[in-house]
Design a protein around this ligand. Structure first.
Ligand code: SF4
Length: 295
C-alpha cells in the first residue's frame, strides 16, 4: 500500500525501475495466473478496465504527478490488451501527461505474438517503448514444470517481434527456479536464449517462497530440491559466464536477491563473476535463503 491520489485494486506491483512512474491500472490481475512460483495475483480475478473508467484516473494522475517522465501500465500483463484497446489509452496518456519519455508494461510473449507487426509499430510510435517480460528460463522442460505456458521458441519469437517493431525489452530470469535438479540446464538454456535476444535490460530475481517450500513443491510439476545460497550463486555464475551479448544493462536489485549486482554485459562479465566468487567464498555453505513476503 502507498499514498496515491486514486484508488488502486491492491496489491499493485511494478518493476524497480518504475519507482518514479505514474501507474495506471489498465487491467486487474494476470490473464494467465498459472505460474507455479508466482503468488502476485492469486488473490485477484483478471479483468480489463474500460476506457471510461480509466480516463478520469489518467486525468487525476497527470495533475498529481505533473512533470513525471514515465508511465507504467499495471497489472500483471497489461499488454494482453488488444491494440484497439491500448491505442486510445496511449493517446489519452499522451494528451493528459504531455511530454513523457516512455510508457511500459509487463507482457507475455503470447501477448506480443497476438499483435500484428504494424500494430506493434503503432503502439511504439504512441509511446509504448518498453516491455517487461518474465521469461524466467530458457529451458523447455522447466517452462513446462512451472506452467509458464511458453516455450523457448515462443519466447524467442515474441521478444524478437517486439524488437523488430522497435520496442525495447527488459527480460527477467529467476535464479533457483528449478532447484538443484534442474540448475545446470536452467542456467545454460537461459544464457542461450538471452544470447539470441540481446535485450536492452536483463535482470535476475531469486525464487521466493512466500507460502513456504512445501506449497511451492506442490505446485511445481516435478522434483524440486531447494538450493543453498551458495548453490544459487553458483547457478548465477554459470549463467553469466555463458552470456555473450552486447550492451545489455544487467541488474539484480530485486528484494528477492541475496547479492545486488549491476553492470553492462558482456563488458563487465569478469567483474560480476569475481563478485560472485567472493560471495561463494564467504557465504556459509549450509545457509538457505529467507523469502521476502512477495516475489
Ligand atoms: S509470473 Fe507473470 S505470467 Fe506468470 S502468473 Fe505471475 S504475473 Fe502471471
Amino acid at each position: 500500500m502507498f499514498f496515491s491520489p486514486i484508488q488502486y485494486d491492491e496489491p499493485v506491483f511494478r518493476p524497480p525501475a518504475e519507482a518514479r512512474s505514474a501507474i495506471i491500472q489498465a487491467t486487474v490481475g494476470c490473464s494467465w495466473n498459472k505460474c507455479a512460483f508466482c503468488e502476485m495475483y492469486t488473490s485477484k480475478k483478471f479483468k480489463v478496465r474500460s476506457f471510461e473508467e480509466l480516463k478520469p484516473e489518467i486525468e487525476t494522475l497527470a495533475k498529481a504527478y505533473y512533470g513525471v517522465k514515465k508511465v507504467f501500465l499495471a497489472d500483471g500483463n497489461a499488454f494482453v490488451l488488444s491494440a484497439n484497446k491500448l491505442i486510445p489509452l496511449l493517446i489519452e496518456i499522451y494528451n493528459q501527461f504531455g511530454k513523457i519519455q516512455r510508457i511500459s508494461s509487463y507482457a507475455l510473449p503470447k501477448d506480443i505474438l497476438r499483435k500484428s507487426e504494424q500494430e506493434l509499430k503503432d503502439l511504439k510510435n504512441l509511446g509504448l517503448k518498453l516491455l517487461y517480460i518474465g521469461i524466467e528460463t530458457g529451458d523447455d522442460e522447466l517452462l513446462k514444470l512451472i506452467h509458464k505456458g511458453e516455450t523457448f521458441n515462443s519466447t524467442l519469437d515474441g521478444v524478437e517481434k517486439a524488437h523488430n517493431a522497435g520496442i525495447d525489452t527488459s527480460i527477467m530470469i529467476i535464479n533457483g527456479l528449478g532447484g538443484k535438479e534442474y540448475s545446470e540446464q536452467h542456467a545454460l538454456k537461459s544464457a542461450e536464449i538471452i544470447n539470441k535476444l540481446n535485450p536492452k535490460f536483463l535482470s535476475t530475481l531469486t525464487l521466493s517462497l512466500p507460502f513456504g517450500l512445501e506449497h511451492f513443491q506442490n505446485k511445481f510439476n516435478g522434483r524440486y530440491i531447494q538450493q543453498t545460497i551458495v548453490e544459487l550463486f553458483e547457478e548465477l555464475k554459470l549463467f553469466i559466464d555463458h552470456l555473450n551479448v552486447e550492451n545489455v544493462i544487467y541488474r539484480s536489485n530485486h528484494i528477492s536477491n541475496n547479492l545486488p549486482l549491476q553492470g553492462t554485459l558482456s563488458k563487465d562479465k569478469n567483474q560480476l563473476i569475481h563478485f560472485l566468487d567472493q560471495a561463494i567464498q564467504y557465504t556459509p555453505k549450509d545457509k538457505y535463503p529467507s523469502s521476502p513476503e512477495v516475489l
